[in-house]
Structures are given as C-alpha cells and as structure tokens.
Ligand binder design. Structure first.
Ligand SMILES: Cc1cc2nc3c(=O)[nH]c(=O)nc-3n(C[C@H](O)[C@H](O)[C@H](O)COP(=O)(O)OP(=O)(O)OC[C@H]3O[C@@H](n4cnc5c(N)ncnc54)[C@H](O)[C@@H]3O)c2cc1C
Length: 427
C-alpha cells in the first residue's frame, strides 16, 4: 500500500496506458492553447479538435495528474449544494440553467465514452447518497423534493430497500439518482485525451506553462523547452494550478481526500455489497464514499491526507468503519492507497474567470468535477470556436479573489479529519 502525493493508486494500476504525449520541445502555434490535461482541458481539446480547430494542450506533469486521476469516480449530476441554493446564489435564470446543464452532464460523459469507445469501467446505474441518521434522512428528503420539483426522477428509498442497495444496515435511507454512475477516472481522462489526439489535438505532457506573454495579437506561453503562440487560451488547471495562474488555486480552500482499495471481493460478497453497481457516499460532514471497481475491489474514501501520520490513522479508521458497515467483510487489507486535493470555493459553486483578453478558465468544482469538468470543457470550446459568448455561459464572470484564511482552513480540514478518525478508531 503506497499513498504518496504523486500516487494515483488503484487507478494507475488498472487504467489502460496513456497515449503518447511528448514533451514540448519547439516553438509552435495553435488556434487555442489549453493549460492542464484533466477533464476540463481534455474535453475542451476533444470538442475543439472534432470541430476542425487545432488545439495544443500543455500539461505540467501527465494526463490526469490532478483531481482527474485521483478521484472516487462518481459521475454525479448537479453540485454539492442543495439544488435550490444554486438559483438563490446565481439568480433564477442562470441558476436553473446551471442545474439543467450539470443535470445533463453525466449523459454527456457516458455518451462520449460510448462514442469514442473509451475503456473506463463505465457503469450507469445511478449513485446512492446515503443518510447517516435522522438528520441525513431529512436532508435527503429535502434534496429529493427540490429535484422532483424540477422534474428529475430521483428516488428516496428507505429501510429494507436502502439496506439491499447498499448491502449495509447502517443507512436508514438512500437517495438514488438515476442520471449518475461510476467510471475509472484515470482511464476516462486518458480516453478523452486519446480521442482528442485522434481528431488532431496535440497534447504535451511534462510541459508546464511557466509564463504567458502578451503579443498583442495573441499569447505566447513558455514551457521549459518550447513555447506555444495562440490567439486564445483556456486555463483548465483547477485545484492543481501553479505557474502563471496559481491564483486559481489560491481561490480555493484545499480539502484533502483519500481512497483505499481492497483486493477483489469474492463473488458472495459482491452479490450483497452494492449489488446493483451504484457508487455511494454519505451525508456526514466528514463524509465517506464507497464503490466497487470492475474487478470487485471495494474503494473506500474519506476526508484526510495520507501524510503526517495520516496513512496509519486513516487506514485503521477505515478498517473499523468498513467492519461496521459490512461486518461480513471479515479481515480487511488494503492493496492501494492514494489521496488528492479537492478545491472548495466559498459558496461551493464553480468559478468562471476571464483572466485576460481571450484567456478564460473554469475551476472550483468542489469535488464534483467529472461531469461538470467535461461539460464546461465543451462550453469553453464553444466560446473559443465563437459559437457562444462568455456571457452566455451558465456561470457569471467573477473577479479572482483569494480565499480568506485559506491555509488555516486547509490545515483545519486535514487535522480535523485526522483527529476525528483517530478518535473514532479508538473509542
Ligand atoms: C480525492 C478526490 C476525490 C474526488 N472525487 C470526485 C468524484 O467522485 N466525482 C467528481 O465528479 N469529482 C470528484 N473530485 C473532483 C474532480 O476530480 C475534479 O473536480 C476534477 O478533476 C477537475 O478537473 P479539471 O480538469 O478541471 O482539473 P484537474 O483534473 O485537477 O487537472 C488540472 C491539470 O492541470 C495541470 N496543471 C496545473 N498547472 C499547470 C501549468 N502551469 N502548466 C500545465 N499544466 C498545469 C495539473 O498538472 C493537472 O493535471 C475528486 C477530487 C479528488 C482530489
């Protein structure tokens, strides 16, 4: 079991190889330069390239190095916050448009997977939001009410049905969202990148954008061994942003989240734990998530970083918590461990920035980036293609503002989760 900052754990072990993406070693030009090869950048590249425009993607490390290669793989519909909170924050028109766009975003993900034949363990069986106690049941009932009012067929399932779908007696109710599903997240982003390359996009890994110079008619982005000149730039670096657009990262409070994966479960356990293949997470404030991969490995995650003693504490807690949720698991060993940084914005909504003339970014997905990143990548491509204006996007343009007390809040998240799991594992 590893788990260092560069580890992508199980996803690196089970994903098909990444496409060849040589480091940039020349001065080239492009119609659009894209910074970052996660979902947002690769989706933008695919939609641009398939429309006949030539994008160049610069990736500091490797495809999926950021959140895209580390997440749980829950292809959620909508955002973290309650549906009603979105129009309340953005206004009726824009808020409802954003909810509609993100509600349809899982369909876009599964459609791209089918259309481009992306081998990424895609399962479209929905997701389960699991109630932890009576407070959780009330929260889910309210969520269900707000979605149903918008015509979405989510189902609040209680008692025996909740136990059957999760395989655990710990949850009095679950909210089944049929729009959603699960994927192998690193395999998906590699597949998006491979599809973009097939349509003519260039992707250069190990090519960090170090500087961005205004040429008047466009921008020159410099990497250690080359440069790209382009009239338009899409910055898709989210919580892993560094270099010229590091401020995008400083706008978000870092929330560490880890995952641990068991060996493949025997068939008799696979038949009772998440028997219909949904991915699940709970309503606790220090939440947990659980899902199976295609081989039947149980992937269990929660808030916390696998450093500063965290590896031992979180793994101990996870063993105990899994034994509580699924007593039939018996002795639990983890074969893979990894973690990453989720970027949280003040109101849990993503941000659209016009960083300079023809330089745009969307970031701040608050742990909901698979479907939203794919969808906004497509929207940013449409802006670059001249098919829509920045103002037509479902997010308002906002100025970049550093998060207040960012470091302190980040440390509090990490230390708070460590303490909570340490305490829970002992008492
Ligand atoms: C542990 C964890 C669990 C999560 N679980 C889920 C989940 O289950 N469902 C869900 O929907 N979302 C989840 N998320 C959130 C999701 O992974 C992110 O929102 C998503 O990856 C954002 O996609 P992106 O393409 O915008 O950014 P990223 O995937 O983070 O990619 C940004 C890329 O930009 C590159 N980069 C940064 N700076 C530069 C530079 N100067 N030059 C070149 N390249 C640069 C980085 O190396 C990185 O590869 C989770 C995140 C984490 C960390």
């Amino acid at each position: 079991m590893q788990g260092g900052q560069d580890s992508h754990g199980l996803w690196a072990a089970s994903a098909p190889p990444a496409p060849m993406t040589p480091r940039l070693s020349a001065s080239i030009s492009a119609d659009v330069a894209i910074i970052g090869a996660g979902y947002t950048g690769c989706s933008a590249a695919l939609h641009l390239a398939s429309a006949g425009v030539s994008p160049v993607v610069l990736e500091a490390s490797e495809i999926g190095f950021g959140g895209a290669g580390r997440n749980v793989g829950l292809v959620n519909a909508g955002l973290w916050v309650m549906p009603d909170a979105v129009p309340a924050a953005l206004g009726e028109l824009r808020g409802e448009r954003l909810l509609k766009q993100l509600g349809e975003a899982p369909a876009l993900v599964f459609d791209l997977i089918a259309r481009h034949d992306i081998a990424c363990e895609a399962v479209r069986a929905g997701t389960l939001h699991c109630a932890a106690g009576g407070h959780g049941v009330r929260e889910l009932a309210e969520r269900a009410r707000q979605w149903r009012r918008r015509g979405v067929a989510v189902e609040l399932l209680e008692g025996r049905e909740a136990a059957r779908l999760t395989g655990s007696n710990a949850f009095p109710a679950v909210l089944l969202d049929p729009r959603a599903g699960t994927i192998q997240p690193l395999a998906y982003v590699r597949g998006l990148a491979a599809a973009a390359i097939r349509y003519g996009a260039q992707i250069h890994a190990q090519s960090p954008a170090l500087a961005c110079e205004d040429l008047g008619h466009g921008w020159r982005i410099t990497t250690p061994h080359g440069s790209v000149t382009a009239p338009r730039v899409i910055v898709a670096t989210d919580a892993y942003s560094w270099g010229p657009w590091a401020a995008l990262c400083r706008e978000q409070v870092p929330l560490p989240y880890f995952n641990l994966a068991t060996a493949p479960l025997p068939p008799e356990l696979r038949a009772v734990i998440l028997p219909e293949g949904q991915g699940a997470w709970d309503t606790k404030s220090i939440l947990s998530s659980f899902r199976l991969d295609a081989q039947g490995r149980l992937v269990f995650g929660s808030v916390g970083a696998l450093r500063n003693g965290g590896t031992r504490v979180h793994a101990q807690w996870a063993r105990r918590e899994l034994a509580r949720l699924f007593p039939e698991l018996g002795r639990i060993n983890f074969n893979h461990a990894w973690y990453g940084t989720i970027g949280m914005t003040r109101d849990a909504l993503p941000r659209l920035h016009e960083l300079d003339r023809n330089i745009i970014s969307i970031s701040g997905y608050n742990g909901r980036g698979i479907a939203p990143g794919t969808s906004f990548g497509r929207e940013l491509a449409r802006v670059a293609l001249g098919e829509q204006s920045v103002d037509a996007l479902a997010l308002p343009r906002t100025p970049l503002r550093p998060a207040q007390l960012r470091t302190l809040k980040g440390v509090t998240y990490e230390a708070g989760a460590l303490l909570a799991h340490f305490t829970a594992a002992r008492f």
